[in-house]
Design a protein around this ligand. Structure first.
Ligand SMILES: Cc1cc2nc3c(=O)[nH]c(=O)nc-3n(C[C@H](O)[C@H](O)[C@H](O)COP(=O)(O)O)c2cc1C
Length: 351
């Protein structure tokens, strides 16, 4: 194998190692990323004739598609590098959602990589084999577009530094605030070793597991002050993510309202900031039970919904029929965006 081919195969392997970031430590992911970039530079040096001849000769359809793919691939990789550098804090970057940008760039570069390989393969592979390879590439690209966000949502374990996330501008709010949240963490007996939990989708600070809604509750409190109340059910939900979805499904089909250990004393508060995860496109049954069991008339609820892509779902309609309280304009936060959501929460609360 020539050195060009050897490098290309090594680059492809590194790319897929990088894509499997949900299953490895951040350190391995970053190292794979840095070696990949060094490899990409070497690939460009070895293929420098591409640049020399960039404007020379005829531009047939194949060449135009090839160039467009390479430019798209290059733009995706540059975005991947910048967002990766910002996430790893190699430089100080503006406070925007670098995680989503990084994930988007990973999807774009995967699709571009497949297209790039296919275009070059078309020189050697013809006829039926080429069509079969194209189909395979198409399936893999579609798999990447839908699969990567899925892996990110279900298997991602986010290491957070609370002190850092909670730092920032504070807001003066009239009236007393109670922050009520419901989260999987606090209602589940997780094993000590989080790697033992399949489909974890958890936030961690060291060994401590933090629920998504819980993290949002703490972020809200860091902006507005106020008291926090965690809704806890008498029943314990399974540590396995998939099994929890089945238990919740059963609650929806049976209409069961899981009993709560305690209800908050809401009398002293004017405003309730209610934070919950979207469950099966709607309000989790334990949260519905809280609303049905508490007299909230005359109060105002500010709902924040955390979700894995479903947004608010139908949860606000379910909320409205479960309480007398006035409901404000809601906020929804995609689970992976929580660590970078303090500013979004601040702006929403200010409004
Ligand atoms: C039982 C269950 C059902 C879920 N249903 C949905 C859903 O319909 N749509 C969605 O976008 N996310 C869904 N999710 C994902 C959660 O809304 C998301 O991971 C949320 O951030 C979890 O918050 P938590 O860690 O505080 O429990 C579901 C999660 C569970 C456990």
């Amino acid at each position: 194998m020539g050195r060009k081919k050897f490098l290309d195969v090594a680059l492809m392997i590194l790319f897929f190692v990088g894509l499997s970031s949900n299953f490895m430590s951040a350190q391995i992911h970053e190292t794979a990323g840095i070696i990949f970039i060094a490899g990409i530079i070497a690939h460009n040096v070895l293929n420098k004739n591409f640049y020399k001849n960039f404007l020379r000769g005829n531009f047939n359809r194949r060449r135009i598609i090839n160039n467009a793919t390479i430019i798209f691939f290059a733009a995706s990789v540059v975005t991947l590098v910048i967002s990766g550098g910002a996430l790893a804090e190699y430089f100080s970057a503006p406070d925007i959602n670098w995680r989503s940008i990084h994930l988007g760039a990973a999807i774009c570069s995967t699709v571009a990589l497949f297209a790039h390989i296919l275009i070059h393969a078309s020189r050697y592979v013809k006829g039926k084999t080429f069509y079969a390879a194209s189909m395979l590439v198409f399936v893999l690209a579609v798999g990447a577009i839908f699969g990567l966000p899925y892996l990110d949502r279900w298997f991602h374990k986010v290491e957070v530094n609370r002190a850092e996330l909670l730092r920032g501008e504070k807001l003066n709010v009239d009236g007393k605030i109670l922050i009520v949240y419901f989260s999987r963490v606090g209602n589940t007996n997780f094993p000590d070793k989080v790697d033992a939990v399949s489909g974890a989708s958890l936030m961690l600070e060291g060994n401590e597991k933090i629920g998504n809604a819980q993290m949002i509750a703490e972020l809200v409190q860091s902006v507005t002050g106020g008291d926090i109340f965690a809704l806890q059910t008498e029943k314990i939900y399974p540590a396995n993510y998939g099994e929890t979805t089945q238990v919740a499904k059963q609650e929806f089909s049976s209409g069961e309202l899981p009993k709560l250990k305690k209800l908050p004393d809401v009398d002293a508060y004017d405003k309730i900031i209610l934070i919950y995860p979207l469950w099966w496109h709607t309000l989790p049954k334990p949260v519905e039970n809280f609303l049905l069991s508490t007299n909230l008339s005359g109060k105002k609820i500010y709902p924040i919904v955390t979700h894995g892509g479903g947004g608010l779902g139908e949860s606000i309609d379910a909320l409205k029929i479960s309480t007398q309280a006035e409901i404000s304009e809601p906020l929804d936060i995609y689970s992976s965006d929580i660590p970078s959501s303090r500013k979004i929460i601040f702006d929403w609360l200010r409004k």
